[in-house]
Design a protein around this ligand. Sequence first.
Ligand SMILES: Cc1cc2nc3c(=O)[nH]c(=O)nc-3n(C[C@H](O)[C@H](O)[C@H](O)COP(=O)(O)O)c2cc1C
Length: 400
Amino acid sequence: MASLENKNILIGICGGIALYKICELIRLLKNEKANIKTVLTSGAEKFISSLLFASLSGTKSYTDKDFFSPTGEILHIELSKFPDLILVAPATASFISKLAAGSASELLLAILLATKSSVYLFPSMNARMWEHPAVQKNIELLKNFGYFIYEPSEGILACEEIGKGRLPEIEEIFEVVQAHFVKKTLIGKKVLITGGPTREYIDEVRFITNASSGKTAFYLAREAYYRGAEVHLIWGLDSFPYIFPKLQYFSSIPFPNIYFVKTTKEMFEVSKSLFFKCDICIFSAAPSDFRPKITFKGKLKKKEPITLDLELTEDIAQILNSQKREEQITIGFALEEEKTLVNYSKKKKQEKFFDFLVANPIYTLGKESSDYILFTPTETLKYKNLSKSQLAQILFDLIG
Ligand SMILES: Cc1cc2nc3c(=O)[nH]c(=O)nc-3n(C[C@H](O)[C@H](O)[C@H](O)COP(=O)(O)O)c2cc1C
């Protein structure tokens, strides 16, 4: 993930109810040390005072009063040169129509006409307004002009109707911003990632599993996606508690494919069906190494102690990597006790034909950060207290 530190972001805020959500967006971006400037339309000023946005962004919040103020500077041109990225959120139907017509009658409109920065518009309005042919025609025009349109979400609207028109959740807009600043080094590449634990059933309700959270796999998938790859994420947990922004609204980057699996056998079958067509294959799941030889039907009754007879499960990475193409890159993970970490990991890298191997101590499970040793084809790199998101960035930088 690219850093937002010192990135200049201008947020244009129009007169829609969803504008209250932008406060939270400013807070998230400020936490990442981005420089934020806000510009309110005259419509927005009817809902809220610019004082709020000035306080949150830590700098003056501009309104139409500033457009014609006799300070000697040509404000809209100055502000058009400031941003690395411009967001307009919420973008009202009215603002969209004025922008599509090329109007510069307001400060924000004039900035957008003058700027060379990328501009992302987040329309938000009643569903029937959004569907209106006039709005849709304007949206098409804006797309043709090169503005990026992030379509509204579906759900309950401020008017209490249900439909397409909601401003996306702020976390989603924040992810769009993050994705924007990531270099697109993996365009055209297919990346396979396995993540989470698997389950091996004792009977129809009980199973053997482990504490893998899938976080590392998620951060790897997100980094690959933001770099432009076609991502295939094979996921051993029941739910996927993360957000991927819909980059396909303004790029040809396909939305990640997530395959939910339960057992190691299922994870193996899905991995096999994708492995041969992928350029980069990352085995970051923690599949169960053992499974009961017999899965009992129904639910075992608690009558007397039982002994489970366990057999080994498929070694997914070893079986698939042994058939890998020369140019395919494979990456493995080794979770080990600290004292055996280095030796075991080196052995694993060799025996399972990995090009890269990430060794991490047992306490990494479920945590946001850890110490890592990275074995590349040529060197051994050590990292202290690295977040899983930073690890993903480093790995893809190394792959190139
Ligand atoms: C209570 C209220 C809520 C509104 N919500 C929206 C909205 O969500 N989206 C929208 O496009 N217009 C909405 N409007 C209409 C705009 O506020 C109106 O078109 C205004 O002129 C837009 O100004 P601006 O484009 O300069 O920001 C709303 C109006 C009112 C009175």
